[in-house]
Design a protein around this ligand. Sequence first.
Ligand SMILES: [Zn+2]
Length: 138
Amino acid sequence: MFLNKIKQLVKGLVQKHGTNDPWDLCEKLKVIVLVADLPTNIHGFYHCINKQQIIHISRWISNSQMKMVCAHELGHVILHGHRNMYTVEHTATLEQEAEEFKFWLLNLRGLSTEFPTFDPVEIAQFANLPPEALILDF
Ligand SMILES: [Zn+2]
């Protein structure tokens, strides 16, 4: 049910801020993004301290992966901003919602007629990533 609302939410966000770039959106939304020395099995996470939302992204992944991780984590910020995602609340449903947010934000399913529709396989080839990396970034 909630997944159906994410497309509209992303569309509204992109129209309001005039960008679908996750880095730009984080800046406009005053979300701090830190590229950090994370363990290699963690590509990113976010947490909230004193109402300041902070996204941490691994420095060990490629720029295109960083952008996707940033979009995924921004999904958590927007959709689940009151939770800390490194806790036990890191559930499959929340992950699915963040992935849905990422896909719409990065136009992988075509946000509207203003944006071209991309095939995830083409995106994966372009980014030199295995197709499953577009869905699973952890
Ligand atoms: Zn996540």
